[in-house]
Ligand binder design. Structure first.
Ligand code: PLP
Length: 395
């Protein structure tokens, strides 16, 4: 049996073990310590943020960002619909009401048009959202200039969910640094990992200090344990921060590797009718965290689901693109703004129906990628053959 090919496995460099060993040798295995401080400094400097707080997950970072913005029971929070559930859950933790915003087909990210309609409706109803969570999907920044202009006009702060876009740029600046708060994830499948972890970044260092306080159970300054505010156990451990420091050193090479993987897929499937890829917007540079491909069922005779199954039989992991939040059983009853006013104009529904993420890990070898490409080609050829057989039969 062929060795399994994963969608986006961890890819450890050479420096990680050294930083982790240092933590052990100095007995800094307990939460916090020099690796945490250094990781925060190094990441903040990499993205050009004033400060950063290392946390146990990207989800925790979103949660603290929403707390800092005062999101509470009954508040509205706007959020991209085409995303992973972690973008939404923290709003639900606080009893807020999410409103889902569709994507733009040219970027697959939050549609400024849909956002504008949602903000205008909210203003008219006298109920503007407490925050807009903008997701930067699959390694690509959303159109932050258009979105920021709208949010400033309505006076609503932005939380940038850059869990998937660490290392990407928008007009030359780092993705994740455009909102009041930005968050990154170091979950195992992300472009760099600490096995699990996250980071909250901002230009507002006072707010970050408060987040740091909340993330360590809100321990007031006292000899005994004194608490005047609700807190969380959300800090990253010094051992894991050591992994992060090493990963940060090789991040740029990981981005190049993922972009090269995208280019090879795009070249291999170039000109095949019914096949497309997530476009790279001209305003920035994507990391191509995951290569997202579309197949038109009408011309290819197949679906993302069928292709995921075909690849699984060859021991290759692939996934449909995120199922939009407004289609999730848990969230269906919340409001949704498709890109154009009619429901048929929903871009994220169409992308879910046609989109598939191919193995994109930076450690993927040329041979492994060739295996994936050949398996996809075979499946497409079989589907086309079957399609014309059926057409001949019914004709
Ligand atoms: C991975 C991810 C998160 C959550 O990060 P964790 O570190 O796994 O909590 C949030 N948002 C998006 C879009 C993600 O892909």
């Amino acid at each position: 049996m062929n060795q399994r090919i994963f969608l986006s496995p961890p890819h450890i460099g050479e420096a990680e073990a050294g930083f982790v060993a240092e933590a052990f040798e100095s007995n800094w295995v307990a939460p916090l310590g020099p690796n945490v401080d250094a990781f925060e400094r190094e990441l903040a400097s990499y993205v050009g943020a004033k400060g950063a707080v290392a946390l146990s997950s990207g989800t925790a970072a979103i949660h603290l960002a929403l707390r800092l913005l005062g999101v509470g029971r009954g508040d509205l929070v706007f959020v991209s619909s085409l995303t992973f559930i972690a973008s939404v859950n923290p709003a639900l933790y606080e009893g807020a009401e999410p409103v889902f915003i569709d994507a733009d087909e040219t970027t697959w990210n939050m549609s400024p048009q849909a956002l504008e309609r949602a903000l205008e409706d909210a203003r008219r109803a006298g109920r503007l959202p407490k925050a807009v969570i903008v997701v930067n999907l699959y390694g690509q920044s959303a159109d932050m200039a258009a979105i920021t202009e709208l949010c400033e006009h309505y006076g609503v702060p932005i939380v940038e969910d850059a869990a998937e876009s660490l290392g990407a740029t928008y007009r030359g600046a780092a993705s994740g640094t455009f909102g009041r708060f930005g968050i990154y994830s170091f979950n195992g499948n992300k472009i760099m990992t600490t096995s699990g972890g996250g980071m909250l970044v901002s230009q507002d260092t006072d707010a970050l200090e408060l987040a740091r306080f909340w993330a360590t159970q809100s321990r007031d300054k006292a000899l005994h344990y004194e608490h005047s505010q609700l807190g969380y156990n959300y800090r990253l451990s010094n051992v894991l921060a050591g992994i992060g420091r090493g990963q940060l050193q090789v991040l740029d090479s990981r981005i190049e590797a993922r972009r090269a993987i995208f280019d090879r897929y795009a070249t291999a499937f170039d000109g095949i009718e019914g096949i497309g890829f997530m476009p790279e917007a001209s305003y920035g540079r994507s990391t191509r965290w995951l290569t997202a491909m579309t197949l038109d069922p009408k011309t290819t005779g197949t679906t993302p689901e069928a292709l995921v199954h075909a690849l699984a039989e060859a021991n290759i992991e692939a996934r449909p693109v995120w199922k939009p939040m407004h289609l999730q059983p848990m969230l269906r009853h919340f409001a949704y703004y498709p890109r154009t006013e009619t429901a048929q104009g929903s871009v994220s529904d169409a992308l879910f129906a046609q989109g598939i993420c191919l193995p994109s890990g930076s450690s993927l070898t040329i041979e492994q990628q060739t295996r994936v490409i050949e398996c996809v080609q075979e499946h497409l050829a079989d589907s086309r053959k079957l399609g014309s057989m059926l057409a001949a039969h019914s004709g």
